[in-house]
Ligand binder design. Structure first.
Ligand SMILES: *[C@@H]1O[C@H](CO)[C@@H](O)[C@H](O)[C@H]1NC(C)=O
Ligand SMILES: *[C@@H]1O[C@H](CO)[C@@H](O)[C@H](O)[C@H]1NC(C)=O
Length: 182
């Protein structure tokens, strides 16, 4: 009897200890970024784990962030990046080396990216009120902007790299807002 209960005691103790370690690694100390980036890597192996890791860890809050906070961080990255791309486009619109046609197409990108920023802001609000699915839908919509922008440029896009980065940043937010059960 004594031996038996000692065993149970030690077993529970080690179980509690493993759970403690597990929750500290997975939830407490930034390895949520690792979990997210492994999922990202599975979805987009070309961009890969390191892209995701570098983007998220550029924000010092990410190491301590829970899922909601990490989602907000990823969406703020999209907004900052899209805002910068908007400025690049405005700059390109004054470039005498670009054709009128390309400029009209870039104007379309500008409007797509501005809409995308509004959509991502909505996604942040949904996330803040724990409406993960709605946030995820908003990100799906925002993710279309870089693709539509590139499709609309008929001769040699000057934005290929920027659009690709924006697409991938949206993918990170998409992965974060995709329920784990999927
Ligand atoms: C994440 O942390 C915030 C505080 O910053 C808290 O309000 C929220 O409930 C937490 N969410 C989860 C899913 O733990
Ligand atoms: C967009 O984000 C990527 C990845 O974080 C970064 O390398 C790039 O400089 C950003 N571009 C702009 C225009 O903000």
């Amino acid at each position: 009897m004594m031996k038996h209960s000692l065993f149970i005691y030690l077993f529970s103790l080690s179980l509690a200890f493993s759970l403690l370690i597990f929750s500290q690694t997975v939830i407490g100390s930034g390895d949520l970024v690792a979990v997210i980036c492994m999922n990202f890597d599975a979805k987009d192996p070309v961009a890969g784990y390191d892209f995701c890791d570098a983007c998220l860890r550029a924000d010092p809050r990410s190491s301590m962030a829970n899922l909601t906070e990490l989602g907000i961080i990823s969406m703020e990255l999209i907004i900052t990046n899209a805002t910068n791309v908007d400025s690049s486009i405005k700059h390109l619109l004054n470039d005498p080396g670009l054709s009128q046609k390309t400029k009209e197409e870039l104007q379309n990108c500008l409007s797509l990216y501005s809409k995308s920023i509004t959509t991502v802001k909505q996604a942040i609000n949904y996330l803040k009120s724990d409406e993960l699915n709605s946030a995820n839908k908003m990100i799906s919509a925002s993710m279309e902007a870089p693709k539509a922008c590139e499709r609309g440029i008929s001769e040699g896009s000057p934005l290929t790299t920027e659009s690709q980065t924006l697409y991938r940043l949206n993918e990170i937010a998409f992965v974060i807002t995709t329920p784990v059960t999927n």
